[in-house]
Write a protein that binds this ligand. Structure first.
Ligand code: ADQ
Length: 479
């Protein structure tokens, strides 16, 4: 049994997330099949959900209410889907979650769109999820709410539930400084919604501090910054930093497989450059892809010696394509890649290779193995798992990570070359350094990061968060 299962004992996890952990397919002969979604959280949480017969509540954009036992073979857990109409998706998801909360939490005030009707839809969807939680809740559960789609949910569950199960909330994206958060017209409602939890987790101490200062400044709540506690509504809420990890062992094992070595050699041969620089992201304006391209352009301007020898590969998985800002970004990236290639390429060498698609996990790992340098420069990012995945795959300790100081991961991966992603010059200088760094220094820096990523993997994160949540649940009652 895993240690998380030990800590849970007879308790179940009742998890809530916007996206479901399994996608449901109906084959031509009517057979229903479930496919596990790739991703660290789902991979780590699923075995615990199975062993404790947990419940996972998620949205269903096909608009159907379903309760399915997943996976087909036991042990199973219950996947309950809350129906979301096209209007809900437009207003609650694309609207309030992704055009108000997402930019706000990433400190992009100018990109925020605040609409009363979208907040009303967000409230309505949160209420429907709260009803689903209460309907599924057992006597010994840990209610665990995930992410910014459900910031009102902890309070709504507390008000509706007669059971006194601990409620945990984890915020996967940044939490902005109070001065930024204040801009939100519904700042009080959102903070009070979250304070319905017993435990609130963020990736870094900075987000914890930002949240606590917002509670003190906006709600005049009694906050203890040193111990990370908020007193609210006669309860004590534990607010802590728990940086998420990845499935390190799985990435290491895939990186070491014979097939991966062969595939990464083919990738290198096809690209044909002496050195490969890699970027991997969802196509999102928070990831700083345009600024990164400008830095590559600056590198070729300032250092003609790299022309013909270095190629930059950007893999961008399409994301939120129906949201206006994302369409504009896609156009901007297409144009910039075209311009740089038009300016510098010659027969046999392409400066920027742009893959606008998601890659299967094995292929992604082969790209990580093939890359001499990984350039991860979000303007703001809760954590950034790609940085950790790249490190885990460098099993020979050879490779250089250039990382934005505004990614949560920079608090842990501090032997990366840390850059300010708003400074094109800073990134170009780091690129030049990375491409000429001696093997000894590359290995020393990488080894330190690899040891960290191995020790603090997603299983350790899960274990600490579950024990932290259960502890704060019981402490909150006795205070
Ligand atoms: P995301 O913003 O989605 O996550 P990230 O942490 O980098 O960002 O995770 C992306 C995942 O998708 C990684 O596992 C990566 O391998 C995969 N991925 C990205 N691009 C891909 C591509 N082109 N092809 C295939 N796979 C690709 C949010 C927050 C982050 C936080 C996580 C977890 O925004 O800051 O780290 O949640 O809490």
């Amino acid at each position: 049994m895993s240690s998380t299962a030990d800590i849970l004992g007879a308790r179940r996890i009742l998890a809530v997330s916007n996206r479901e952990p399994y996608t449901r397919h109906v084959s031509e002969d009517g057979q229903v099949e479930f496919e596990l979604r790739a991703g660290g959280l789902v991979t780590a949480l699923t075995p615990v959900m199975r062993s404790s017969s947990g419940v996972w509540i998620a949205g269903d954009s096909d608009g159907e209410a379903r309760r399915d036992e997943v996976p087909h073979e036991g042990p199973q857990f219950l996947l309950r889907q809350v129906p979301l109409s096209e209007e809900d998706v437009e207003s609650y998801y694309r609207g309030f979650a992704n055009r108000a909360l997402w930019p706000l939490c990433h400190y992009f005030i100018d990109a925020c769109h605040f609409a009363e009707s979208q907040f009303a839809s967000y409230q309505d969807v949160n209420q429907r999820f709260a009803e689903a939680v209460v309907a599924e809740e057992g006597d010994a559960d840990l209610v665990w709410v995930h992410d910014y789609h459900f910031m009102l949910l902890p309070k709504l569950v507390r008000e509706r539930s007669r059971r006194r199960n601990p409620i945990a909330y984890f915020h996967h994206i940044p939490f902005p400084p109070e001065a930024v958060f204040r801009v939100l017209p519904w700042r009080r409602e959102i903070l009070v919604g979250l304070l319905g939890a017993d435990f609130i987790g963020f990736h870094t101490e900075i987000y914890v501090k930002n949240f606590l200062e917002s509670c003190a400044g906006i709600l005049q709540a009694d906050v203890d910054l040193a111990s990370g506690r908020v007193r609210w509504d006669n309860r004590s809420i534990d607010v802590s930093a728990y940086p998420i990890g990845i499935e390190t062992a799985e990435f290491e094992q895939m990186a070491g497989a014979q097939g991966t070595t062969e595939r990464s050699e083919i990738i290198r041969r096809n690209i044909g450059a002496e050195k490969i620089v890699l970027g991997v992201d969802r196509l999102d304006y928070s990831k700083g892809i345009l600024q990164r391209l400008y830095a590559i352009e600056r590198l070729f301007e300032l250092h003609p010696e790299f022309r013909g020898k270095v190629s930059f590969v950007q893999v961008a998985v399409p994301s939120r394509t129906a949201v206006k800002e994302y369409e504009e970004l896609k156009r901007g990236v297409d144009e910039t890649v075209g311009r740089i290639n038009g300016r510098f390429s010659n027969s046999g060498w392409t400066p920027v290779i742009y893959l606008y698609r998601g890659l299967p996990r094995e292929e992604l790992v082969a790209y990580y193995r093939a890359a001499d340098v990984c350039l991860i420069t979000p303007l703001r990012d809760g954590m950034n798992l790609v940085a950790k995945e790249y490190v885990a795959c460098k099993t020979d300790d050879d490779g250089v990570l250039i990382l934005s100081e505004f990614a949560g991961a920079s608090a842990e991966l501090d032997t990366a070359l840390l850059v300010n992603p708003y400074s094109i010059q800073d990134m170009a200088v780091a690129l030049q350094w990375a491409l000429t760094m001696e093997a000894g220094e590359r290995q020393r820096r990488m080894k330190q990061m690899r040891d960290h990523v191995r020790e603090y993997d997603v299983h350790k994160w899960l274990e600490s968060i579950v024990s932290g949540s259960l502890r704060s649940g019981s402490e909150a009652k006795v205070k």
